[in-house]
Design a protein around this ligand. Structure first.
Ligand code: WTA
Length: 727
């Protein structure tokens, strides 16, 4: 396995935050919390690995009980609850029906306040799931193990579609609705799915966007790429009204409504799946250009999200819960769909950006529905704080737990969340995890643990983490130095692998610190998430940001290489380099340097726009460069490698350090001049342009996503070939 390079010094401001004091957890929560104190989970000792995790399987209903708790036959492809079979849809829905058929599962809140919300009970949700499962099975021949790509916005059809796949044992691959046709086509080609579920239109930031146009472009690109998309199933946002100006393609496109009407009332038995069969694919940005298809399974994944919904979110049956993320990201999969349904709660599902144009609306909605547990991203909180610093005011929603995810939260934003939003009565829970980890890894337990602003906290019970130096030695808790975070113990929520690429799975996540690739001992395989971190004397971990070429914008992971290859598709672009721009609202925004070859347009504004358009067209508005600099040359090492570190320092206004070893040190002065002359524009006001929450936990204006991270800029898309506004 090739050794990975040592991490570059972290450019993130989080490294400079002063150490904050501990804030005690609200005492009143202990009365009804699943975990009133750490003693309640004393059995989860890392020393006893893997035995304590057996108890988590009891949170699920199994068709056949498991036989082997932890199968380590093929490291590091750990397998949990081997021998067991179960169905994810049964666990999410059927099991609740005897007691809670009429409990609301989802309140869907349309973006326009003039439109009425729609609600579905657990019983109605199951009916819709079975009807769609009948259509998928009997009209499209979908069965166990088939991949189905779902490119749907935040509508009730999205969880219905995921659960219908799960019921049939098919593997769903949800593509965030703000992603471009190219991004969607790439995921279809990689997963080999032959059916695409899409929608006519959806609303975001006050506009109605034509989504069907993207499906047509996706189909063309899949065909061009040698794939075969047999059918496109089109859902309409409003019942019985096809609202897209893009016509249906006869023979290929099928409207969902008549097919569903025909199958209404069908009863489809759930197909039991082996614990380690695939449940879904979720693609995630990585160091190289190609997104990685993270494959999650049934038993381990569901056990971990069920456990973390109890431990971290403290969800009880019937609780009202709102996660502002988009289901198109992992946060939405684990903590809008599977976890909350396994827990039997009532969730809000919000279309578009709930705080655009009225930043007080989230608090009104939370009050109206009685939200006890609220979940969003630092990016959304920064926007809300800026637009309406007074927060919900004295008439506060009944918040007990305020969750954040996706990026480091600045201590002053943390305090605003705690004091102004929660009135000092609610626990703030900063959760660190990833698409790959399935569920939370670092978090404080809301009733049991003191909180530290700016720090994600300790590992969950049963897990052991460490921060390692370049040689792989653990830094002692309280060390001033930063290092690389690793999770030393395996856990049930970890993905099964990367779709079709075992070698990349091992190299990316375990290659860095594994010394013996033949070892069968899990202790030799620490999981490496590629985040820089510091660990304090109490064992709380502060995340400093990525150590690979990933930019975290509004909690969305964007691969630098992916953006660079998009820019290089512009014929006159000879070289491209992406760097993060520190951004008050998004955490980081995308900065793009390009060196032109022959044919560059005379008008620099047009040239910059052309590059930005190529990126949006290739990936989607969430990756739209905030600034494009056209430069005569890139700073390079003698071997010709572009030194992004130097560019990043110039953009962040830091000293680029010693540049004497560069092949062309003189270029740095010229670049500094260009960067100084073309300062990035101040971030757009949320709502002014393109609202959208992120992959982490909340919608961000201008990004096109809402629930688990950050995306930005979706609405600005008109003319970019991305979700054209039609009204
Ligand atoms: C970052 C989102 C600081 C981190 C659930 C991680 C965080 C990446 C936090 C995963 C947090 C996530 N504090 N940084 N609480 N949570 N991150 O796969 O860099 O979209 O590696 O999963 O987001 O992003 P992903």
């Amino acid at each position: 396995m090739p050794p990975s390079p040592p991490p570059p010094p972290s450019p993130d401001l989080a490294a400079l935050w002063p150490e904050e004091g501990l804030v005690p957890p609200p005492r009143r929560l202990a009365e009804r919390a699943h975990v009133p104190d750490r003693a309640a989970l004393a059995a989860f000792r890392a020393e006893d690995f893997p035995r304590p995790f057996a108890a988590l399987a009891d949170l699920l209903v199994w068709t056949t009980p498991w036989r082997t708790l932890f199968d380590d036959t093929r490291p590091p492809f750990w397998r949990w609850y081997e021998g067991g079979t179960l169905n994810a849809c049964t666990n999410a829905l059927d099991r609740h029906l005897p007691a809670a058929r009429d409990r609301i599962a989802y309140h869907w809140i349309p973006e326009a306040e003039s439109e009425s919300p729609r609600s579905l009970t657990y019983g109605e949700l199951l009916e819709r799931v079975e009807t769609l499962a009948a259509v998928l099975r009997d009209d499209f021949g979908i069965g166990p193990g088939d991949r189905v790509t779902i490119h749907l916005p935040m509508s009730l059809d999205l969880p219905v579609a995921m659960l219908a796949c799960a019921r049939l044992g098919a593997i769903h691959s949800v593509v965030f609705s703000g992603f471009s046709a190219r991004a969607c086509a790439e995921r279809i080609l990689d997963s080999g799915s032959r059916l695409l579920l899409t929608a006519d239109v959806y609303r975001r930031g006050g506009a109605v966007l034509d989504h069907k146009a993207k499906a047509d472009a996706t189909h063309a690109l899949v065909t061009e790429g040698g794939g075969r998309l047999e059918a496109v199933l089109v859902f309409t946002r409003d019942p019985d009204r096809y609202a897209s100006p893009t016509p249906l393609h006869p023979g290929r496109d099928r409207l969902a409504a008549p097919l569903l009407a025909h199958r209404r009332g069908a009863r489809i038995p759930p197909v039991p799946r082996a614990s380690n069969d695939g449940l879904f694919l979720m693609y995630s940005s990585g160091t190289t250009g190609k997104p990685k298809g993270c494959l999650h399974g049934h038993g381990g994944y569901l056990a971990w999200v069920a456990a973390t919904c109890r431990w971290v979110l403290d969800l009880h049956p019937g609780d009202v819960y709102w996660c502002m993320a988009d289901i198109g990201w992992i946060t939405g999969h684990s903590y809008i769909v599977y976890g909350p349904l396994l827990s039997g709660v009532t969730s809000l599902l919000t279309e578009g950006v709930p705080y655009d144009p009225d930043p007080g609306r989230p608090w009104c909605l939370a009050r109206r529905y009685g939200v006890r547990v609220f979940h969003t991203s630092p990016t959304a909180l920064r926007a809300l704080r800026r637009l309406a610093p007074e927060g919900p005011g004295a008439d506060r929603p009944p918040f007990d737990i305020l969750v954040t995810v996706g990026e480091p939260i600045e201590p002053h934003v943390w305090r605003w969340y705690h004091e102004t939003v929660g009135g000092g009565r609610a626990a703030v829970v900063d959760t660190w995890w990833q698409t790959e980890t399935g569920g939370h890894i670092l978090a404080t337990l809301p009733a049991a643990d003191p909180m530290r602003p700016g720090s994600a906290g300790p590992p969950l019970p049963g897990l052991e983490v460490a921060v390692l130096d370049e040689e792989g030695h653990p830094l002692p808790p309280g060390a001033e130095r930063a290092g690389t975070l690793v999770v030393r113990t395996p856990w049930p929520g970890l993905m099964l692998g990367l779709w079709g690429d075992d070698e990349r799975y091992v190299r990316t996540y375990f290659g860095r610190f594994n010394r013996d690739p033949r070892s069968r001992d899990w202790r030799d395989w620490p999981y490496c998430p590629s985040d820089g971190a510091r660990i304090d004397a109490r064992g709380y971990v502060r995340i400093l940001g990525r150590i690979d070429d990933v930019i975290n914008s509004s909690g969305h992971r964007l691969g630098s290489k992916e953006i660079e290859s998009a820019a290089l598709e512009v014929p006159w672009v000879a070289e491209a380099a992406v760097v993060p721009i520190p951004d008050e609202l998004r955490g980081q925004a995308v900065g793009l340097f390009v060196a032109p070859g022959p044919g560059v347009p005379d008008d620099p504004t047009a040239a910059r726009a052309e590059v930005a358009r190529a990126v949006v067209e290739r990936i989607g508005p969430i990756a739209r460069p905030h600034q494009v600099w056209i430069v005569p040359d890139m700073p390079k090492t003698r071997s010709g490698k572009i030194m992004r570190r130097v560019l990043a320092a110039l953009v962040a206004g830091r000293d680029p350090g010693d540049v004497a070893t560069l092949a062309n040190p003189e270029v740095v002065v010229a670049l500094a001049g260009i960067v100084a002359a073309e300062k990035p524009a101040p971030p757009r006001e949320p709502g002014a342009q393109t609202p959208g929450p992120g992959g982490g936990g909340g919608p961000t204006p201008g990004d096109g996503g809402a629930g688990g991270g950050a995306r930005g800029g979706e609405r600005a898309a008109g003319g970019d070939g991305e979700g054209q506004a039609i009204s």
